[in-house]
Design a protein around this ligand. Sequence first.
Ligand code: NAP
Length: 360
Amino acid sequence: MALDQYYLLGKSGLRVSRLALGTMNFGTAGFHAAYGKTRDEARPILRAYLDAGGNFVDTADFYTAGQSEIIIGDLLAEAGVRDRVVLTTKFTNTLDPSDPNAGGNGRKHMIKAVEDSLRRLRTDYIDLFLLHIWDRMTPAEEVVRTFDDLVRAGKIRYAGLSDVPSWYAARAQTYAEAHNLTPMIGLQLPYSLVAREIELEYVSLARNLGMGITGFGPVAGGLLSGKYRPSENGLSGDGRLIDSPGYRPVGEREWQIIAAVEKVADGLGRSMAQVAINWVATRPGVAAALIGASGATQVTSNIGALDFEIPADARALLDEASAPAVPGPYALFQPAAQAQFVGRNVGDKPTGYSPPLWVS
Ligand SMILES: NC(=O)c1ccc[n+]([C@@H]2O[C@H](COP(=O)([O-])OP(=O)(O)OC[C@H]3O[C@@H](n4cnc5c(N)ncnc54)[C@H](OP(=O)(O)O)[C@@H]3O)[C@@H](O)[C@H]2O)c1
């Protein structure tokens, strides 16, 4: 695999690199300002990704209070590569809490958000437009209808969802299918060795309903790169997590996973970040791992994650060290329980038998 080998995103004809570049740290204002980069610092990061053949660039209207989109728009125009890039942006989050319709997923805000993003990105179409976060209010039908209108109006090419409950994604996709409306081809969700919660619902959802998962934060914001050590405050080291340690709590389980990644990386002669990214990019249902970087050398080094395979024994070590707890009814869906209660072991298939997609 390499960045210039492209993969279909969900059930669509859109081809994307197996690593997407995240740009929430492009810009120095707003929520991500603590570790934000200026335009001049962002330029080599994007350049390193594009030069290696990467075509999947992710931003959001909310990142650095709009600066991320502005910088991306400028840098893509400067490089003359707008049309080669699958430009992804997202709407939902508000920059004006005093106005109830300046955020959320209602039709009024969705349309305003597209117009604002197009202006900041200096383009007349968005390749992939994502709902950023479920707002607990807007019916899925309203979002799907508006996505469809935006495709027909030529403002966006494809639609997708980010942090939504699985039932909501299933409702939206089923409604779109039933009414011949624009389908959602991508699901952007947190996924890494320390964050495997999506495996309970979203992987089978995505595979069944034609959505490719873009797993964001594969290095867990740097935690899995090996540069952090345990300390009295939970974490010591040099990286953005020191400024925002609440990003993900770090406890015994995380240190156990970090030790497993280190062991595998040493055995393979690879960096820990490469192992962590490779693991995400090669998991079932994953179309692309969505990486971030604070400098161009991190991009270049992390792209090496696509150059090798994690052997079965090393993969088993990583899987076991990071195995998530299986709560409530999900325990009944595991192979051992299925064998006991349903009377078959789904892991024990006859040779040559190719099960339907929804059987895992
Ligand atoms: N949809 C959503 O809700 C959502 C939420 C979060 C993110 N995202 C998207 O996902 C993208 C990636 O998120 P992320 O930045 O958290 O991903 P990540 O790849 O897990 O973390 C990236 C950070 O880890 C550190 N790092 C990466 N490679 C390294 C290496 N080789 N050696 C040492 N440190 C390394 C760098 O920070 P330092 O150098 O500062 O340590 C870098 O900025 C975002 O830009 C955004 O587009 C989406």
